[in-house]
Design a protein around this ligand. Structure first.
Ligand SMILES: NC(=O)c1ccc[n+]([C@@H]2O[C@H](COP(=O)([O-])OP(=O)(O)OC[C@H]3O[C@@H](n4cnc5c(N)ncnc54)[C@H](OP(=O)(O)O)[C@@H]3O)[C@@H](O)[C@H]2O)c1
Length: 259
């Protein structure tokens, strides 16, 4: 475990290797020193899932940039985030509002939280700003109105669409497809595990660190092709939600032997 200090306290973060040197770079991904946390941008961060992630990460001390198609909408989301944090007794957060491209440029790690129908156009817009960065793709390729039916795209998954569009110089990691935005937005603990797929293990690990900071467990779930499994599972969860009136998630079992 590595310990990161920020202005808002000390955060424990699991690293791939605890003896990594100060300011190290692996596979083109630069890592933070013990003094700083990565700056996080959330594109489409004004929406349901983006709001949930922003709350979780801002609350534990990450600098968060809310991205939007318009500066005004991003600023309104920032104002809302400050209000919610104040209600929760979090006095100081580091959060900024920007249009999506500027947000992607300013961040170390970028999360895309827009509907599937706008995934490619938004990635086209920010592609150049993502070189050598991690792009967390949360997209579920739902095809309304039949969102409770698995309808994966011809490319295999939204995660593969993102990786193909961005090229190998961007480290696409797919995650969060099975977490309900409603639960993320709440201030309580979250009993939901996250499957993490992507072609670079070190990039997946960096995202698992963010998942743990947000109060959940993240699991290495293989290459980006395996994003199809988490994306398909969302339609199963939507079916369960309709049937039982809940916001269902997933939990990995059989981990008793792990320290
Ligand atoms: N909601 C959930 O519980 C949940 C759970 C797991 C995964 N996901 C995935 O997370 C992603 C976001 O879901 P959501 O429910 O948060 O979506 P949402 O609230 O409907 O939309 C998110 C944001 O997308 C942006 N957007 C809308 N139309 C756009 C367009 N034409 N071009 C570019 N951006 C556009 C908007 O931001 P601006 O208007 O500010 O630009 C909007 O606030 C989806 O891919 C979804 O499958 C959602």
């Amino acid at each position: 475990m590595g310990v990161y200090s920020s202005a808002r306290g000390t955060i424990q973060i699991a690293l791939v290797n605890t003896v990594l040197p100060y300011n190290f770079i692996i596979l083109g991904i630069s890592y933070m020193t013990t003094e700083t946390l990565p700056v996080l941008a959330i594109l489409g961060g004004t929406g349901d899932l983006g709001t949930g992630l922003a709350r979780r990460w801002a609350q534990v001390g990450y600098e968060v940039i809310i991205g939007s198609r318009t500066q005004e909408k991003a600023e309104a989301a920032v104002a809302d985030l400050r209000e919610v944090m104040a209600e929760r007794g979090v006095a100081e957060i580091s959060v900024r509002a920007m249009e999506n491209l500027a947000a992607a440029e300013a961040a170390d790690i970028v999360t895309l939280t827009v509907p599937f129908s706008h995934q490619s156009s938004t990635l086209d817009l920010v592609k150049e700003a993502l070189h050598d960065k991690i792009l967390i793709d949360v997209t579920v390729p739902l095809v309304p109105p039949k969102v409770a039916r698995v309808q994966l795209p011809p490319q295999g998954s939204a995660g593969q669409i993102a990786q193909e569009l961005l090229g190998e110089e961007v480290y696409v990691v797919s995650a969060f497809q099975n977490v309900a935005a409603a639960h993320l937005q709440e201030g309580r603990g979250l009993e939901c595990d996250v499957l993490v797929t992507g072609n670079k293990k070190v990039a997946r690990q960096a995202v698992i660190t963010l998942i743990e900071a947000a109060g959940m467990r993240g699991f290495h779930a293989g290459m980006i092709n395996n994003a199809a499994a988490a994306e398909a599972l969302t339609s199963v969860l939507i079916t369960i939600n309709k049937q039982y009136g809940c916001h269902a998630g997933i939990k990995i079992s059989g981990l008793d032997d792990i320290d």
